[in-house]
Design a protein around this ligand. Sequence first.
Ligand code: KG4
Ligand code: ZN
Length: 360
Amino acid sequence: MDRFPLILGIESSCDDTAAALVSGRQVLSSVVMGQNALHADFGGVVPEIAARAHAERLDLCVEQALQEAGVPLQEIDAIAVTAGPGLIGGVLSGVMLAKGLSAGLGKPLIGVNHLAGHALTPRLTDGLVFPYLMLLVSGGHCQFLTVSGPQAFTRLGGTIDDAPGEAFDKTARILGLPQPGGPSVEAAAKQGDEKRFRFPRPLLDRDGCDMSFSGLKTAILRQRDALIAEQGGLTGQDRADLCAGFQAAVRDVLTEKTRRAIALYQGENPVKPALAVAGGVAANMALRGALETLCAQTGLTFTAPPLRLCTDNAAMIAYAGSELFALGETSDMTLAARPRWPLDKRAAPLVGSGKKGAKA
Ligand code: KG4
Ligand code: ZN
């Protein structure tokens, strides 16, 4: 083949239906159909509604991705699909579509781990070379990984309860701000004073780089109720200050734990150290800024993919698929949809259930 294989990527593991066409490091199209409006009345993602919406839209989404790339379906070389971890109904919808396309077209099928998609994104966007340290931080996940190859991940630490995105979403709910909470809390925090309320920085007193975020929402809830009891309600400024205080706590914990992860990582990988961040919360500018400063202080290069490739998308799945395809790692029709699928199979599970169901 005198060109990079043309890979169709399909993603449906949470509440974004997505399809993309990627060739090498070139993203020919990336379509993301969000479902925020469908879940807005419920204060979170409803798995059954998400699965139905994926089933209804996946083929339209693939059609649009092909059209935007100007590529006929017959010209793709392989189909990469998220096979987990995630909400099982959605993952199943994507896997079934991918199997149908693979069988109908006679093209290879590649099952991709959603988290590997996030973790390999800095290679797609910036051509980062292995190994690098990754902070994967989203609505369902939070972990530090050494990424040494398309299938070689070592977990250095992670959250023992909520993921930071989940904490942003819950904070938004507590304060009556729209979902997803990350962008609305960040916008409100811009008008706020982060010093007015001091929220806890959990687990900083403990060695290592495991984290905890579930206590933060309780602290926000208590502070909100105290303000309501005192003043009879919340002003816009109260909301902004609560958001700023919350975001500062998340930023400080993630930055301090990243400092420790860097120390662990550098012990093993002293040459040309690099930190990359990915996942929806990596869209947060306060966090990016703090991590950039930390990297400048500690002599690491810092990579953060553009926002549209930080949140869930199918270009990252197609790209991860292309790395597996190059290794001959294709799947067959027994490919299973997996709600749980840890990247580092040797690491013990850290957490229970969250927004995306059982977490990896
Ligand atoms: O990676 P992603 O799209 O889906 C998962 O795999 O979870 O991440 C979505 C999460 C949501 O919880 C959302 O609130 C959070 O990322 N998020 C943000 C921002 N944008 C999205 N969190 C903080 N600041 C943001 N700007
Ligand atoms: Zn994700």
